[in-house]
Write a protein that binds this ligand. Structure first.
Ligand code: 5AD
Ligand code: SF4
Length: 513
């Protein structure tokens, strides 16, 4: 296509879209299936089917031959792993990955809805692509991930971002071939977002990002409905994978030489509870995974409410489960915890921490905290600070409360001014930095085991990797060490990393350092 033709096609498509957007409710049903948060909130008793026969239809197999794709990922590890699944599907269709956005024939934006600023970043990214779409109208631009589950987002894209060709939801990923074909054929924006989760699909192809560490989904969705959180709406009800499917995947990763896996779920502690007749929980799964020859196993995220003694026992028994527990507390005040719907108290959280520390003395605890919840008082915030000190977390992800439409908290009146929230976040972050630095300092002079991942981001002559407790370590060593566990003597602790001297390749894996 020459420049002139390209421009005129572009104008055609955009003009057409503009027209359609004004009356998008009249879209054909098959190209316009918008989401509904109200529907997404419902939790029914309908059975979850496990589809192990998923196949990509032969007729789509050559769709991407000679074409390239690029996926931009925002948000959590779940999203990063969904990106690997989409890359697998696109690979099966014949597309190859590119890093150059200007060259990509298909661009997918895998979005995060957890806070407003995450959404703003995505909108500015989509906005930036308007120019590219004008220049290269044949590029297919898709929006997927959690934001596409929100009707307000879909409406905004339909109204103001006609450079987007398709929007599909978190429950529609396996339909990517059909959605893409529709996008090639249709002049209208293709919207396919199911509000209700569908089957658990087992054998979608994936292309993993690395060869050293891998993510493994153990369950999907969340039924906790913390009052601030959009996740139960965007990810559907809790659906656990069957233990044998997970164990087979982990065994396969071990065979391929992966050194570390992270078991993923919005609340992994609920694992197994939704499968009728299955008397098997996360503790059992962790125990079974200790029998697999993979050096490090992590899991995230745990809700303090249903963290069982059985889990503590399995982690304490050693093996390959790392003694690093991410245990989001959100607030240290009981009244705030109550209105957050967290189902535990400050006291019961601290009691759980005591039980964990008693059984796993070398445990590293990290957490998530929200400041400036609607009507949070200074005294309530100070209880979060004091809880932080009492636990002595090694690190925390801290956030200012962000109102999410459709969640119960969004209806609450809020009397805390923004600058007060910002000031609280600063005070909390000071405490977090102090404790993180202390945790780092403890390693000075010690020998730690590091999973060497490759060149440091800051200096290509230095290698970098993480300890079992997720501390970043930089050191000089031969490149053959990449992908291996190595022993490093820590010389200097910085705020967020350790500098050390490489000693040797480790003789055997240990997760206790
Ligand atoms: N506002 C601010 N932070 C939030 N989180 C979840 N929802 C919100 C919200 N509406 C935080 C919680 C959670 C982490 C993943 O994101 O701390 O643990
Ligand atoms: Fe959101 Fe609470 Fe579920 Fe975590 S446990 S995903 S914070 S609703």
């Amino acid at each position: 296509m020459n420049e002139e033709q390209r421009k005129s096609t572009s104008i055609d498509i955009l003009a057409e879209r503009d027209k359609k957007a004004k009356d998008y409710s009249k879209y054909f049903e098959h190209v316009y299936q918008p989401p509904s948060l109200k529907e997404a909130r419902k939790r029914g008793k309908e059975e979850v089917n496990y589809n192990r026969d998923f196949q990509i239809d032969e007729k789509y197999r050559n769709m991407g031959n000679g074409k390239t794709f690029l996926i931009k990922t925002y948000g959590c590890q779940m999203n990063a792993h969904d990106t690997e699944v989409m890359a697998g599907i696109l690979g099966a269709l014949g597309y190859t990955a590119t890093e150059d956005i200007n060259q990509a024939d298909v661009i997918l934006i895998n979005t995060c809805a957890i806070r407003e600023n995450a959404e703003n970043k995505v909108f500015s990214e989509i906005g930036n692509l308007k120019h590219l779409k004008k220049e290269k109208p044949e590029t297919v631009i898709g929006v997927c991930g959690c934001m596409s589950q929100e009707e307000s987002v879909v409406n905004k894209i339909l109204k103001s971002y006609q450079n987007v060709d398709m929007i599909f939801g978190t429950h529609n990923i396996h339909r990517l071939p059909e959605i893409l074909e529709e996008a090639y054929l249709s002049k209208a924006m293709v919207v396919e977002v199911w509000s209700k989760e569908g089957d658990v699909i087992e054998n979608i192809p994936k292309v993993r990002e690395g060869k050293i560490k891998a993510w493994v989904n153990i369950m999907y969705g969340c039924d906790k409905f913390c009052t601030y959180c959009i996740v139960p709406f965007t990810r559907g009800k809790e659906r656990s994978r069957h233990p044998e499917d997970i164990i087979e995947e982990v065994r396969d990763l071990a065979r391929q030489g992966y050194q570390e896996i992270t078991l993923l779920g919005q609340n992994v502690n609920s694992y197994g509870k939704d499968i009728e007749g299955l008397a098997y929980g996360l503790g059992d799964l962790l125990e079974d995974i200790t029998q697999i020859d993979i050096p490090r196993v992590r899991f995230t995220t745990s809700h303090p409410w249903d963290f069982t003694d059985r889990m503590i026992e399995v982690i304490a028994n050693g093996g390959n489960i790392v003694p690093h527990i991410h245990l989001p507390v959100q607030s240290g005040n009981n009244a705030v915890l109550k209105i957050m719907g967290r189902k535990y108290t400050r006291e019961s959280y601290l009691e759980l921490v005591d039980r964990i520390k008693a059984k796993i003395p070398n445990v590293a605890l990290t957490t998530d905290i929200i400041v400036g919840y609607p009507n949070e008082t200074e005294a309530q915030f100070e209880e979060t600070l004091s809880l932080y000190e009492e636990v002595g977390f090694e690190h925390a992800y801290t956030y200012i409360y962000s109102q999410r439409d459709g969640t119960p908290a969004a209806k609450m009146k809020d009397n805390v001014p923004t600058d007060v929230k910002k000031e609280r976040l600063q005070r909390l972050n000071k405490k977090v930095s102090y404790y993180s630095e202390q945790a780092m300092k403890r390693y000075e002079g010690q020998i730690v085991q590091v999973l060497c991942e490759g060149a440091s981001k800051k200096d290509e002559h230095v290698l970098a990797g993480y300890t079992s407790k997720n501390k970043l370590v930089n050191f000089k060593a031969p490149n053959e060490m990449i992908g291996q566990l190595v022993d490093v003597q820590v010389d200097e602790a910085k705020q967020y990393s350790l500098n050390g001297t490489f000693l040797r390749a480790s003789e055997k894996a240990v997760v206790t350092q």
